[in-house]
Write a protein that binds this ligand. Structure first.
Ligand code: GDP
Ligand code: IMO
Ligand code: MG
Length: 424
């Protein structure tokens, strides 16, 4: 199989974890290239549930190398905890198969504190972040003040960087009415984790090159979704990294020409956690139905996810931004039982019909969706194993999404388990 990038085509939680796990047998290595433990990727195998935040979702397949690229922001405490939890379940997370880029930036306790303090201070304009310190860590990366994974081999350097950082961060925390952090307490958290993580440090770019040279193929596991991208998403209600497929190259250290297939993961309806515009959001009984039937609670924060109809405008833009070659459509089973299913095909914006989202700040908050209504289907589809097993109306819905997005649907997921999948 050629190299494949997995991206969420909506606002995250599309089911990327399930699809990465599903496609993992065909590849040699899985690498995360952006985001951090704001992500929560669920994999269910034989009824057993695993939620991965930092470790690639290929980890459940023996023999696959799992890598955390330079573009990821890593909370060392969270990574160690995740390793422990998997090890306790018999999963090999040894340095031979789980590798962390020397160049990945570390989320420090002051990043978490600042993220939470800012959100608490914002009230109305709250982004609704996961509070994991993602934004402040990326700020320090851009500001050239970050602590990187390679620094774990040089504790005196970390000590220096922490002292310098706290001068500034403590002043900021004071501004938000928060107590200062003590350098020794910060170091006391980091130092014991260093010994654990140093054996996992690797030149991820070279590892990927070696994997390809040996004839292997690579999967790039995106986190969040295209419309949470710091540039292309619904700014400022976005995350702090580029989530588009192009960042797989920069965030893992591989040439863009090495990205072959791009699978866009699309939920059969739309969800969003946190604040920000959501044109097809349903604040009614149908929204509640999707939320309950889809068990739409955040895999990281446990927050209730906002739910709404499928939005082809959002999908179309994701296809354009990422070069999506094919779609994996998830949670189709959740739509079963609805009499009618709506799909947003365009937006009305300032008297004009738009095929793509308006590009100005919060433009998406001022659009009116144009809907097309399709017939629904009754009965459960959770056991459908072949395309022919799906009701006619479900196949029609998928066909219409293909027309609207302009790319084929190659995978249909009809339940959370690895086995509940139709490959076309
Ligand atoms: P990710 O962040 O994109 O990996 O997605 P999450 O794991 O946050 O959320 C997706 C949720 O949907 C998880 O609880 C999955 O177990 C579940 N899921 C994935 N595919 C399906 C499906 O086809 N049907 C149902 N009912 N649940 C699914
Ligand atoms: P996965 O990979 C859904 C959202 C947060 C918030 C915004 C910014 O599981 O799909 P941040 O903590 O990143 O600064 O928060 O982004 N967000 C996600 N929403 N799925 C995710 O990841 C998300 N990661 C961040 O809710 O609105
Ligand atoms: Mg998730």
């Amino acid at each position: 199989m050629s190299n494949v990038v997995i991206v969420g085509a909506q606002w995250g939680d599309e089911g990327k974890g399930k699809v990465v796990d599903l496609l993992a047998p065909e590849i040699s290595a899985v690498v995360r290239f952006q985001g951090g433990n704001n992500a929560g990727h669920t994999v269910i195998v034989g009824g057993k549930k695993y939620i991965l935040h930092l470790i690639p979702s290929g980890i459940l397949h023996k023999g696959k190398t799992c890598l955390i690229g330079n573009g990821v922001v890593v909370d060392p405490a969270v990574l160690c905890k995740e390793m422990d939890a998997l090890a306790a379940q018999g999963v090999d997370v040894g340095p031979g198969r789980l590798k962390l880029s020397f160049k990945a930036h570390l989320i420090m306790p002051y990043h978490r504190a600042l993220d939470q303090a800012r959100e608490a201070g914002l009230a109305e304009g709250k982004i609704g972040t996961t509070g994991r310190g993602i934004g402040p860590c990326y700020e320090d990366r851009a500001g050239r003040a970050g602590v990187r994974a390679c620094d774990l081999m040089d504790l005196p350097l970390i000590r220096e960087k922490v002292a310098r950082a706290l001068k500034e961060k403590n002043a900021l925390l004071a501004l938000y009415g928060q107590p200062p952090l003590d350098a020794e307490a910060v170091l006391a958290e980091i130092e014991p984790l260093a010994a654990r993580l140093v054996p996992h440090l690797a030149d991820v770019s070279s590892e990927l090159a070696a994997c390809e040279k040996a004839g292997g193929s690579i999967m790039f596991e995106g986190a969040q979704g295209v419309h949470l991208d710091v540039d292309h998403g619904t700014y400022p209600f976005v995350t702090s990294s580029n989530t588009v497929a192009g960042n797989a190259a920069a965030g893992a250290g591989i040439a863009p020409s090495r990205l072959d297939r791009v699978v866009g993961i699309v939920k059969a309806y739309t969800t969003r956690v946190g604040s920000g515009p959501f044109p097809t959001e349903l604040a009614d009984a149908t929204g509640d139905y999707l939320q309950e039937k889809g068990a739409e609670f955040g895999a990281t924060t446990g927050r209730r996810r906002r739910c709404g109809w499928q939005d082809a405008v959002v999908l179309r833009e994701s296809v354009r931004l990422c070069g999506i070659t094919d779609i994996a459509l998830t949670k189709l089973d959740v739509l079963s039982g609805l009499k009618e299913i709506c799909v947003c095909t365009a937006y009305m914006y300032e008297g004009q019909k738009l095929d793509y989202p308006p590009q100005v700040e919060n433009g998406m908050a001022r659009v009116t969706p144009v809907y097309e209504t399709l017939p629904g289907w009754s009965g459960s589809i959770e056991n459908a194993a072949r395309w022919e097993d799906l009701p006619e109306a479900a196949r029609r819905y998928i066909g219409r999404l293909e027309e609207l997005a302009g790319v084929p649907v190659s995978i249909v997921s009809v339940g959370p388990d690895r086995e509940q999948t139709i490959i076309r």
